[in-house]
Design a protein around this ligand. Structure first.
Ligand SMILES: Nc1ncnc2c1ncn2[C@@H]1O[C@H](COP(=O)(O)OP(=O)(O)OP(=O)(O)O)[C@@H](O)[C@H]1O
Ligand SMILES: [Mg+2]
Length: 241
């Protein structure tokens, strides 16, 4: 089942001298349960794409269809609700609310939606994320890795159709990065959670089922072939040395 369909997506920022064609005609589909890495140089349009997929920003033209819903046809209010229910977003800098504890941060999106948090799901997620002893802690009383685990928990509390992560390990050391990626993998495998992760880390890209490369606003490679991915990693190493 297709969970995401993107057709001829374009994004233009500004106009005149400051005009930037950030996305130039991007088309691809993602099946339910895929674990997709998006890679590419700085400024190539990865975060722009993620913001549009996450309903945080609108494209200049083209279509985004998530679970069969044409997101571009939703008005602002409906888009906000759709985003809250269908999309889990994870950022490099966690974006937790500093005055709310772990449990409150995780359940906030559900409460904002006027619903009661699923206590069993909360307990289950908190256990899997290793946060059981930290439920009443504030974000500034947690390590970076723990804060990122809270943001994963928050993103998963509403069973999102899509889990989108923009360099979720960009601010973490190697050990914590590995842990975050293996947690995302675990949720992907066990719950068929569809995951799209933007990363600069070759090891993460190599662990994905599929790697999409974006360069200068265009998809230049889209591969499920492991050997292709190794070749890509080698290419970048060679060009960096
Ligand atoms: N709000 C904005 N207004 C104008 N230009 C923007 C805006 N956001 C991004 N851009 C431009 O769009 C292009 C794509 O930016 P984007 O943030 O998507 O890149 P990225 O691939 O995520 O890069 P990085 O790996 O550094 O995070 C860049 O040239 C950037 O300068
Ligand atoms: Mg970015």
């Amino acid at each position: 089942m297709k969970i995401l369909e993107i057709k001829n997506l374009c994004k233009v920022y500004g106009d005149g001298e400051t005009k930037v064609d950030a996305l130039k005609n991007i088309t691809f589909d993602v099946e339910q349960g895929e674990f997709v890495a998006i890679v590419g140089p700085s400024g190539s349009g990865k975060s722009t794409l993620m913001h549009i997929l996450g309903g945080v920003d609108r494209p200049t033209s083209g279509e985004v269809i998530i679970s069969g819903v044409d997101v571009g046809k939703l008005n602002e209010t409906k888009l906000a609700i759709f985003r809250r229910r269908q999309i889990g977003l994870i950022y490099q800098f966690y974006n937790l609310i500093p005055i709310l504890n772990v449990e409150e941060n995780m359940t906030l999106p559900i409460l904002l939606d006027g619903k009661k948090p699923d206590k069993a799901l909360l307990r289950d997620l908190v256990g899997k994320l290793g946060l059981t002893e930290r439920l009443k802690h504030l974000p500034n009383q947690l390590s970076g890795g723990q804060q990122q685990r809270v943001s994963i928990g928050r993103a998963l509390m509403n069973h999102p159709a899509l889990l989108l992560a923009d360099e979720p390990t960009g601010n973490l050391d190697t050990e914590n990065s590995k842990e975050i990626v293996s947690l995302l993998r675990k949720f992907n495998r066990e719950n068929k959670q569809t995951v799209i992760i933007i990363t600069h880390d070759d090891r993460i890209a190599l662990s994905a089922d599929r790697v999409i490369t974006i360069e200068d606003g265009l998809i230049t490679r889209d591969s499920k072939d492991k050997y292709d991915q190794y070749r890509l990693a080698l290419d970048t190493e060679v060009s960096a040395s």
